[in-house]
Write a protein that binds this ligand. Structure first.
Ligand code: AMP
Ligand code: FE
Ligand code: FE
Ligand code: ZN
Length: 286
């Protein structure tokens, strides 16, 4: 049983359609795949249809862009009710903030002498609901300013680089509550990956666990083996499930092929059980 609980399509910043992601998952020998586009459920329907066609299990997910103490924290939400009003409003607010940030990024790059427009970025991002830095990096690659997306990110768009503009958005704990109220099971994505390592310590995980966090994404390419060991210990201590996933973005992120990390079946079952418990609470309230 091979389970990958983190992937992106063109609905956010992946380079494959939801159908292509699911077909690639089946071809990679996965039995279960989650589509977790940033801040949108727009790819679910198409992915679910394709999964039924190719005969693998589909898990609907959203990677919610949250903030904690000014740091970006990505929260994976599995099986939330995408029609839930509060969740929809939070996601719409994040997407609006992304739309507002784009011209500011472009302005900074232009001030730095780079010839790029908002329209160039929009052209590099067909079908996306979550416009962001990866699409700006793609536009820079398209214009020949950089070789590819990762060079664009590293040279121009990461913290401290000329086009860096912090994201505004929803608070981490607030997002956790909204996701739970919508019947979703939350897992912190790549906690010690790029940006939030210094804020996501044992104390904060304990607080998040008390707020209903279900799991920690431990096996992720951005984590060293030492980070994985330490995160596994924190998860065990707090009774959190441990997941492993690719964070596949198609050609948008090298070294993140589908199935490069996987989640143990018993850990997946824990998440499923948590989702079922939330639904039951829901039904009791109705
Ligand atoms: P944003 O949400 O607009 O701030 O952009 C963050 C996204 O950029 C993340 O979801 C990553 O997938 C992507 N990203 C960050 N660094 C890199 C990189 N070096 N190469 C490719 N994608 C990256
Ligand atoms: Fe991404
Ligand atoms: Fe992420
Ligand atoms: Zn991701």
């Amino acid at each position: 049983m091979r389970i990958d609980l983190h992937s992106h399509s063109t609905r956010s910043d992946g380079t494959q359609s939801p159908t292509q992601v699911v077909r690639a998952a089946a071809a990679a020998g996965l039995d279960v795949v989650a589509l977790t586009d940033h801040d949108t459920a727009a790819g679910w329907e198409e992915a679910a249809r394709t999964a039924a066609e190719v005969g693998i299990d589909f898990v609907p997910g959203i990677e919610v862009s949250t903030l904690h103490e000014g740091r970006s924290v990505h929260l994976l939400a599995y099986w939330p009710d995408a029609g839930d009003d509060a969740l929809e409003e939070v996601l719409a607010a994040i997407r609006r903030a992304r739309q507002r940030r784009l011209p500011v990024i472009v302005e900074r790059l232009v001030a730095h002498g780079i010839d790029v427009t908002v329209e160039d970025v929009a052209r590099a991002a067909p079908g996306t609901m979550a416009l962001g830095r990866p699409h700006v990096a793609d536009a820079l690659a398209e214009a020949g300013v950089v070789a590819d997306r990762s060079e664009g990110m590293a040279h121009y768009l990461q913290r401290g680089r000329p086009g860096w503009v912090p994201r505004t958005g929803v608070d981490l704990v607030e997002a956790l509550r909204v996701v739970a109220a919508a019947g979703g099971v939350s897992v912190v994505a790549h906690p010690w990956g790029r940006s939030a390592r210094d804020v996501l310590d044992h104390d904060l995980f304990a607080r998040l666990a008390a707020e209903g966090l279900a799991g920690v994404e431990v096996d992720h390419e951005d984590h060293s083996s030492r980070a994985r060991r330490e995160l596994r210990a924190i998860a065990a201590d707090l009774g959190l499930a441990v997941t492993g996933s690719s964070d596949h973005h198609g050609a948008g992120k090298v070294g993140h092929a589908l199935g490069c990390n996987t989640t143990a079946p018993e850990e997946f079952q824990r998440l499923r059980a948590a989702a079922r418990r939330l639904r039951r609470v829901d039904q009791r309230l109705e």
